[in-house]
Design a protein around this ligand. Structure first.
Ligand code: SGN
Ligand code: CA
Length: 527
């Protein structure tokens, strides 16, 4: 349990989680209701409960409320840092190669059981609202109201059982509409049944379009630059050099950063971005569009007049990116507050487990990047806060290694359903109860497959323990395999690749052995 007993440097109000060694008596309790709130691409750096400098300037009081009354997991990870694969891990409690969903496109093996199906059998009312993004129809839900594909921010289309397979446009902002549908599920559900509701927001996914009421929020704030903003990837494998997710080179001024005024200039060559951008604006009502233009035009014109270049342009891009991203987060936080207020008003807080997480982490300029995919911390690690009403202590921090394959087992345990033997993840309930299960994992396995694809992040798998991380990049046929090793204690920014250094040979061997063990026992078929 040494990991969990480290001093809490980031989060002072919380008590540091110290698990009991003795096992408390198991009592059967009433099945708990379950609310799983999952945003899309929300970085832990931008939740104030995690204490990162960026979030200090853009706090999230409602999400923090969950942390103050629950457990803040500081070592929560995904297995494959991408939307559809991450959602498949959630639904099945299985790794990507086990559930079939390795990449963003087709993949899911629909013969696998989705955990809400097991809850339904036990008498739960189940629902999902917002971003579904699985490559199959919602399975295991009594109620669904889901966005088309990735979803749109303004006036998005939703599908429900009543819409006969059609997507129907609704006026409003995606985050608010998704919460409306969540509240509708809660209000109309049969009150004599326990429920499980997945609230999956589109925000803050690219291209980070805030609601009209927050278009000027943080306008005068200057957000701090990450230490690795100008990373030159000097010690790394080829993968970090050839990705296409740099703010400087791959973040577009019109589509990503909303400088509408540039799209008509002859220097502007990005046809794809122009089309995508026009499509986002064309979705708006006249009032929305007017408000939008009035908010962005003055600062856009100022920026154009300055004819920014080099570092000045890069800094401007970073500031605009962060502001828009954090404006999206502001609405998420408000809407989490609205949902919590409802649960409180209805007296549901004491028999509902409430989870806040994201489908993966995100780069807020670290290594000069946006997007995710890599096994480096900002993307691999995801926010995870759980308000477990039966926990003996409130406001605690847990530093055990947990992963997105653990949600399904946790929810089954909350419903008193025995975990099927084929499910790979582990229930988090013992950890939240202050117990330390004897066989808790000491290593995490990670595997990213989506290559070649947008952002061009080479395929890789790897292992991480509480301190060290080994990554193996393999790519396509003919591409050179290459390994990286990091000591996260002395090098939390992962800039010194230690692979092959004599002083680290024992650690390297230990992690390589562990990686081989994972590949063998899990029957991994590519690496
Ligand atoms: C879109 C985005 C990418 C993003 C993927 C996957 N481009 O293709 O930047 O990496 O989704 O994101 S966009 O211009 O169309 O927004 S994920 O969250 O669904 O995995
Ligand atoms: Ca995502």
């Amino acid at each position: 349990m040494k990991n969990s007993l480290q001093a809490s440097v980031l989060f002072t109000p919380a008590l540091l989680f110290s698990a009991c060694v003795t096992k408390p008596q198991q009592q059967v309790q009433k099945p708990l209701n379950i609310i799983h709130i999952m945003t899309d691409d929300h970085s832990w750096q931008t939740i104030s409960a995690y204490g990162h400098p960026i979030s200090k300037l853009a706090p999230t009081p409602n999400i923090d409320r969950l942390a103050a009354e629950g457990v803040l997991f500081r070592q929560a990870f995904v297995e494959n840092s991408l939307s559809t694969p991450s959602r498949a891990c959630l639904m099945t409690g299985l790794y990507s190669h086990q559930n079939g969903q390795r990449r963003l496109g087709k993949g899911i093996d629909t013969t696998k059981v989705f955990f809400p199906e097991l809850l339904q059998k036990q008498g739960y009312q189940t629902g999902v609202v917002g971003k579904w993004h699985m490559q199959c129809e919602p399975k295991g839900f009594d109620f669904y109201h889901v966005l088309w594909d990735q979803g749109n921010y303004y006036n998005p289309e939703f599908k429900s059982p009543e819409s006969n397979g059609e997507y129907i446009k609704e006026e409003g902002y995606a985050t608010t509409l998704t919460t409306d549908h969540a509240l509708h599920f809660l209000e109309t559900r049969p009150k004599d049944k326990p429920f499980c509701l997945l609230v999956h927001h589109k925000a803050p996914h690219r291209n980070w379009m805030p609601d009209t009421k927050y278009l000027n929020l943080y306008e005068d704030v200057e957000f701090p630059y990450p230490e690795t903003f100008q990373d030159d990837y000097a010690t790394r494998c080829e993968a970090a050099h050839k990705q296409e997710m740099r703010i400087e080179d791959n973040m577009t001024l019109v589509y990503d950063l909303k400088v509408d005024e540039l799209k008509e200039t002859k220097e502007y060559k990005d046809e794809w971005g122009r089309k995508m951008w026009d499509a986002s604006l064309d979705r708006m009502t006249d009032v929305q569009r007017k408000t939008w233009t009035a908010a962005y035009k003055p600062s856009n014109e100022k920026m154009i007049a300055k004819k920014l270049k080099g570092d000045d342009l890069l800094k401007w891009k970073y500031q605009r990116y962060l502001k828009d991203y954090l404006r999206c987060i502001k609405t998420i936080d408000d809407e989490v507050g609205r949902l919590l207020d409802y649960l409180e008003k209805e007296g549901l807080m004491e028999n509902t487990i409430i989870v806040y997480t994201s489908d993966q982490g995100f780069y807020m300029g670290e290594h000069g990047w946006f997007d995710k995919r890599f096994m480096y911390e900002e993307s691999f690690r995801t926010p995870l806060i759980i308000r477990y009403p039966k926990a003996k202590q409130k406001g605690i921090v847990c530093d055990e290694l947990v992963q997105n394959i653990d949600y399904a087992p946790t929810y089954l345990a909350a419903a008193n359903i025995e975990q099927p033997v084929y499910m790979t993840g582990k229930s988090l309930i013992p950890l939240m109860n202050g117990e330390m299960p004897k066989n808790w994992r000491q290593y995490l396995y990670y595997h990213y497959y989506d290559y070649p694809a947008i952002h061009q992040v080479q395929r890789h798998d790897g292992v991480r323990d509480e301190r060290y991380k080994l990554i193996h990049f393999y790519g396509e046929k003919g591409e050179v395999n290459c390994n990286e090793l990091y000591d996260l204690k002395t090098d939390p920014n992962e800039i010194n690749n230690l692979y092959g250094q004599t002083e680290y040979v024992d650690i390297q061997q230990r992690l390589l052995k562990q990686l081989t063990q994972f590949r063998t026992t899990l029957q991994i078929d590519e690496y």
